[in-house]
Design a protein around this ligand. Structure first.
Ligand SMILES: [Zn+2]
Length: 111
């Protein structure tokens, strides 16, 4: 069954796409979200039906590019170490464990 979130993405309208594209800037290889961030993640609200649905933009792009997340990989993460990147080639579904591992590697590199 599709969640309310999945349904909202499926029914995304032209103006939603435009609103998202307006908030993305190309930086080098990456397509970086410049819109609202909350708890470190880019977020977008889809207004349709009785309840607005808030979604992370990375999840939205991943859903559009790859379809529904597999059950064992429910997180969306970037492979380019730019956490606000939305380029679909830099996004992937990952398990909680993979996300933790990637975060650890990223932090180690920063030191
Ligand atoms: Zn990127």
């Amino acid at each position: 069954m599709l969640s309310q979130r999945d349904l909202a993405i499926r029914n995304l309208r032209e103006k939603d796409y435009r609103a998202i594209l307006d908030r993305v800037e190309i930086e080098g290889d990456c397509h970086v979200w410049k819109g609202r961030l909350s708890r470190g993640k880019g977020r977008f609200t889809i207004y349709q039906g009785p309840q607005p649905v808030e979604i992370t933009v990375a999840r939205l792009v991943a859903y559009l590019a790859f379809g529904k997340a597999p059950e064992n990989k429910t997180q969306v993460t970037t492979t380019c170490n730019n956490r606000n990147c939305l380029r679909k080639e830099h996004l992937t579904y990952a398990s909680d464990e993979e996300v933790r591992k990637r975060r650890k590697e990223r932090n180690a590199r920063r030191r």
